[in-house]
Design a protein around this ligand. Structure first.
Ligand SMILES: Cc1cc2nc3c(=O)[nH]c(=O)nc-3n(C[C@H](O)[C@H](O)[C@H](O)COP(=O)(O)OP(=O)(O)OC[C@H]3O[C@@H](n4cnc5c(N)ncnc54)[C@H](O)[C@@H]3O)c2cc1C
Length: 372
């Protein structure tokens, strides 16, 4: 049996701890609940096949990650670990003007090609008129048309994280709250202090999000990850049932998704170089509000319930870091998921658990080496 400590209880660390516990191994999960951790602020769009990112290594891993979700959700349900709020609601990729409309066929073709190459959770995409798009998402304005992606999904980051932590606890994991400090790490083990108690473990999985380098500093290691602030607005729509409205994607970074019974989430700023700034700013609210109302003016009279601020752990090349730290083989890093951590995170955590157990990873992670 391998004794492992997981540092960081966001979606990545919670998943690693859950997988360790679910495979019968001893695991301690430590989290210090930093305000601004990304998982609870994240929107929750699970649709990598609709992404415009030009990173070849992202897609095969994302396909595995998306395939894992239904399996994970079913296992958590079996354990009675709580509702993840994972749901397949589809997505509308919207053109707001004629110039964008003319580009839709090429984008649909790109999605279809990905589907043929094995990307799950797209389904049979098709072009829909503005009227049909509005029948699915009544708050839409005068858009030019859209691509409908029937199998895109959403999840609530905080809920799936909590369910994985609850599941891990049920399976015997120890859950600690506090700050973990790395005292020593070699190839055959690591020593970590948590709030005055020292733990000697075989492996440590570092899933500390934007705080990863602070944890690694004592062993003189760092990865190219930095916080990227995101401000995201939650609106409530009174008596309107938004629970089956599809996700809205656009040609820009902005998007809209919904949760039942009447919540609409409009996101989000991408403030690269923000540091650990957690303020809600007029400029941030303006950009999120303008982008949302431009596409969906029917949201204008909703009630702004909250604005969440989260720090995405952003790598400098857009790919995550998953793997052992060279020269410190007991340390496995899993971070740097940037804007895609809710899609990739559960699978990344599962892969980190495989590495900690000395197993061959089930996905190709050669592009994600922490030392790159
Ligand atoms: C506004 C916004 C919208 C987003 N939308 C999406 C989306 O639609 N789809 C998508 O896929 N992704 C989305 N993301 C990205 C996603 O939320 C993140 O990539 C993901 O949550 C990162 O998870 P994590 O576990 O790596 O980090 P975090 O959730 O930040 O968790 C790290 C945890 O580690 C803890 N920690 C750190 N250091 C220590 C220590 N020394 N001891 C103990 N605990 C420690 C912290 O307290 C924290 O709880 C969004 C993010 C934001 C901010």
């Amino acid at each position: 049996m391998t004794r492992t400590m997981v540092v960081g209880g966001g979606i990545v660390g919670a998943s690693a701890a859950f997988r360790m516990a679910d495979s019968g191994n001893e695991v301690v999960l430590v989290d210090k609940h930093d305000p601004g951790h990304a998982t609870a602020a994240g929107a929750g769009i699970i649709a990598p096949g609709t992404s415009m990112r030009t990173l070849p290594a992202f897609y095969p891993f994302a396909a595995d990650a998306v395939r894992y979700y239904p399996e994970l959700v079913a296992r958590l349900a079996e354990l009675g670990a709580g509702d993840t709020r994972y749901d397949v609601v589809g997505k509308l990729f919207v053109a707001t003007n004629n110039e964008e409309f003319e580009r839709l066929p090429a984008i649909q073709q790109m999605m279809e090609q990905r589907r043929q190459e094995g990307m799950p959770n797209l389904g049979a995409t098709r072009m829909v008129s503005a009227e049909e798009a509005r029948s699915m998402f009544p708050a839409l304005g005068e858009v030019a048309g859209a691509i409908h992606v029937p199998e895109a999904a959403r999840v609530d980051g905080g809920s799936v994280r909590d369910a994985m932590v609850a599941g891990a606890r049920t399976l015997g994991a120890t859950i600690l709250q506090g700050n973990a400090r790395l005292l020593r790490a070699a190839d055959d083990g690591a020593v970590i202090e948590v709030e005055g108690t020292t733990h000697s473990v075989d492996r440590v999985i570092v899933a500390a999000g934007s705080w990863t380098n602070t944890f690694l500093e004592p062993i003189g290691v760092s990865v190219h990850v930095a916080p990227q602030k995101g401000q995201i607005m939650h609106i409530e729509m009174g008596e309107t049932d938004t629970s089956r409205w599809p996700i809205i994607g656009t040609f820009g970074d902005q998007y809209i998704l919904t949760f039942g019974p009447n919540r609409v989430v409009c996101g989000a700023t991408r403030e690269t170089g923000s540091g650990y700034d957690l303020r809600t700013t007029p400029g941030g609210l303006q950009s999120v509000t303008n982008a949302a109302l431009r596409v969906a003016p029917g949201l204008a009279n909703g009630t702004v319930e909250e604005v969440r601020v989260g720090l995405r752990p952003l790598s400098d090349d857009g790919l995550p870091f998953i793997g052992e730290v060279e020269g410190h083989g007991s340390v496995v890093v899993a971070t740097g998921h940037g804007p895609s951590g809710l899609q990739l995170g559960p699978w990344s955590g599962a892969i980190a658990a495989e590495l900690a157990l000395g197993r061959q990873p089930s996905s190709d992670i050669s592009a994600f080496r922490p030392g790159r």
